[in-house]
Design a protein around this ligand. Structure first.
Ligand code: THU
Length: 167
């Protein structure tokens, strides 16, 4: 028997002083997307903003539905929007936030759900490039995850399906 340890390194910031103008703009766009979320059932608003390799930014927010599973998370709305408009451009980063103003109980940054992690991993795999994940916290707190590989180790990718078809 052997044990395998999986580690990941996160970068924690208390304010925006180390960030470029483009990064701060991305954070603001994630926050403004959050304000427009449609979350009448959970009242939990989430916003996301995705940057493509050419600097274009696509925003998304959670869209809920009376038939609950028909809704979609903010991260997927933003990524699917970006990838459907530009299927051949790499996504390089995504910023994610929740509505901290309405939820004083949230102290820590909120991380994406498993389904959104899998979707971010899909596009990292498709383009063979890391997507930097900025988890925005209260005020100017930011946690940077360098790649979905850090948040979703042992990821399932299309390679497994291709390997099966070659059997
Ligand atoms: N939600 C997101 O938008 N992103 C996540 O990563 C977690 C959950 C949304 C889905 C639903 O509209 C609400 O938050 C409550 O789960």
């Amino acid at each position: 028997m052997k044990t395998v340890k999986i580690e990941c390194t996160l970068e924690m910031h208390d304010n925006y002083s180390a960030f470029s103008e483009e990064e701060v703009k991305l954070f603001q766009l994630a926050k403004s997307a959050c304000d427009k979320a449609y979350a009448p059932y959970s009242n939990f608003r989430v916003g996301a903003a995705v940057v493509l390799e050419d600097g274009q930014i696509f925003q998304g927010n959670n869209q809920e539905n009376a038939a609950y599973p028909s809704g979609l998370c903010a991260e997927r709305v933003a990524l699917f929007y970006a990838m459907s408009m530009h299927p051949n451009k790499k996504a390089t980063a995504i910023a994610i936030t929740v509505d901290y103003k309405s939820h004083p109980q949230f102290q820590d940054v909120v991380a994406p759900c498993g389904g959104c992690r899998q979707v971010i991993a899909e596009y990292e795999h498709k383009f063979n490039n890391d997507i930097k994940i900025y988890l925005l916290g209260r005020e100017e707190k930011v946690c940077i995850v360098p790649s979905m590989k850090a948040m979703l180790p042992l990821v399932f990718t299309g390679d497994m399906l291709h390997a099966m078809h070659q059997e």
